[in-house]
Design a protein around this ligand. Sequence first.
Ligand code: NDP
Length: 417
Amino acid sequence: MRVMVIGCGGVGTVAIHKIAQNPLFTEILLTSRTVSKCEKLAEKLRSKTKATITCKPVDADSVGSLVAVMKEFKPHTVLNVALPYQDLTIMDACLEAGANYVDTANYECEDTDNPEWRKIYEKRCKEKGFTAYFDYSWQWAYDEKSKKAGLTALLGTGFDPGVTQVFSAYALKHYFDEINYIDILDCNGGDHGYPFATNFNPEINLREVSANGSYWEDGHWVETKPMEIKRVYDFDQVGQKDMYLLHHEEIESLAKNIPGIKRIRFFMTFGQSYLTHMKCLENVGMLGTVPVDFEGQQIVPIKFLKALLPDPASLGPRTVGKTNIGCIFTGIKDGKEKTIYIYNVCDHQESYKETGLQAISYTTGVPAMIGTALVAEGIWKGPGVFNCEEFDPDPYMEALNKYGLPWQVNENPVRVD
Ligand code: NDP
């Protein structure tokens, strides 16, 4: 089976390790903007896999550049682990070249001052009631085209989004007649020893965290100020952490696809030092996405900040501790209310030993490979555009155990108030 991967950063590196471990994939094409990163990784993996690995540079902002590479390689499935900015160009190219499409994050516009995008964005904010820069409408709009082309597009198969939706489908299939409440808890108990660094692409990460929060309740969005809602939770194998309510993309699709749902919230843990640094950077304008003139050069503050911060891909050797990510479900089974918690615990150093990357990249890259494999094998098959909760969760859950992200179910968890 021929698979093409676009992007060779933190998440891509783990996904490619895992693709190389899966005998389903016999021909692997690694593509990215900086092809030397692909070549370095291919060199490392060739002795560990029977698959052939080749590399090509690609500009994923250009449909033409993508189509040329795809038409030559003829991938069955394309895994996009570049940035959310490239989702639409890659989806367009897949349609043109006749390849299935898989990604880990929904479309986000790089230039949020683009007047055409802004018009659509402002209309959506009014109609839907949340102000995050990303939403699924852009990619769901490809459903008809994908159906006509007989192709499958699987959106958001990382951990969150991704595994959290598979956990939801699994809970619904095996534990509940109806799920009414979902709390998604994303805890990173890792310590990299830097005063400030982000665990994945700083630009994407800081844009997400500094935005307004929101949750879904009784059929509509409730928006909060950034970090307005705080809870403390005692996480298995990590301990007690502060966590804050954020807007998160899978809330949008779960609200659409889980019948009987009354509320969905997403919480992520942050230490006080991270929040203080971020607030300070925001206050001085370093999170800005609009170019500013500096000594005759146009500089985008958040891109400059990215250049100063440690590369997330370099955090692997220094990060110790564990992540604990999962969902608490409350619903009805046989007429009685019950609550369960499905979660995975992942160790930063174990992830590093296997792939050279810490657990944030690992917990995203493993599910990226699993989603790609299920689409490639036709076990998750369209045609059309799908989110992870729309397919049978069982083969995915089995693969999580097999490929390094074993999960557990607690049938008597502490709930979040
Ligand atoms: P990185 O910045 O580490 O890697 C991005 C890669 O994409 C780099 O190799 C980069 O190339 C390449 N790239 C960027 N722009 C282009 C372009 N125009 N053409 C070709 N290649 C390009 O990001 P991460 O690995 O941290 O994140 C990857 C994706 O995973 C993101 O979409 C992120 O949002 C998502 N993610 C999802 C999570 C989930 O749980 N669902 C969690 C964490 C991340 P270069 O080396 O030249 O910069």
